[in-house]
Design a protein around this ligand. Structure first.
Ligand code: 5GP
Ligand code: 5GP
Length: 207
């Protein structure tokens, strides 16, 4: 049961696979971080009943200056595929971050925590260890991807697909920032996926 007074129950920690969306879109803000590198979508407060709070403090406007020392890392690890990076960070802070102000009272704590989680629970490292690699021809069972992440981090994620391509890996994370196996409210969105390689990129001239 939801108890608004107690805040939320856990986090959904979401990483995106750039090879799928950015295979068919320009993604000018995506930097070259090597051929197998997931990027961050967000860390989202959730309730156990499958619902979630959002936009919890509309008066708290995202201030990019608060994260200026993290920006180099954020540009690499948390780029927007479809717009300005800072607009994506603003959206994620406003929609999700402001629902965890008890844990992250300011932007800096939130974004730094998410970066550290992303580095600690490296999705590509887990898949690589199971010999699951981007490929133009292979398809994988999503259960194999989940097994690989569970083998490395002890918690089973949920796999999201778009047009049978890997789009996102969702990990459930408790309020002490420890991953745990997501419950039945969260389901894989396909049974087999491809992991399209990231196309070779021209150096962007966008500033
Ligand atoms: P989609 O429908 O693309 O999965 O999700 C659209 C948006 O709804 C996401 O960007 C996210 O903001 C929100 N959303 C979807 N599922 C969840 C969830 O399980 N937890 C939270 N906190 N937000 C979600
Ligand atoms: P959510 O609401 O799911 O937390 O975030 C999705 C919103 O962020 C969408 O409205 C989308 O327009 C914007 N957005 C900006 N850059 C990205 C990106 O790289 N990936 C996704 N999924 N959404 C992005």
């Amino acid at each position: 049961m939801r108890d608004e007074a107690k805040g939320f129950d856990y986090f959904m920690f979401v990483r995106q696979w750039p090879g799928s969306y950015c295979g068919t879109h320009a993604c000018p803000r995506l930097e070259d971080a090597g051929p197998f590198h997931f990027t961050i979508h967000g860390l989202w407060p959730n309730y156990n009943d499958g619902t979630w709070p959002q936009f919890c403090d509309t008066s708290y406007k995202f201030d990019e200056d608060e994260v200026s020392d993290l920006e180099e890392a954020l540009d690499l690890e948390w780029p927007s595929f479809m717009g300005e990076n800072a607009d994506f960070w603003d959206h994620e802070w406003s929609k999700h971050g402001t629902c965890a102000l008890d844990l992250f009272p300011r932007e800096h704590r939130f974004f730094k925590t998410v970066l550290k989680l992303h580095w600690k629970y490296d999705i590509a490292a887990a898949l690589r260890a199971a010999n699951i690699l981007p490929s133009k021809s292979n398809t994988y069972k999503v259960s194999e991807l989940a097994d690989a992440v569970e083998d490395m981090y002890g918690a089973r994620p949920v796999i999201h697909c778009y047009n049978k391509q890997l789009s996102e890996v969702w990990m459930c994370v408790d309020k002490d920032l420890k991953p745990f196996t997501c419950d039945s409210h969260q389901k894989d969105t396909c049974t087999e996926v491809s992991i399209p390689p990231l196309p070779k990129r021209n150096k962007t001239t966008a500033s």
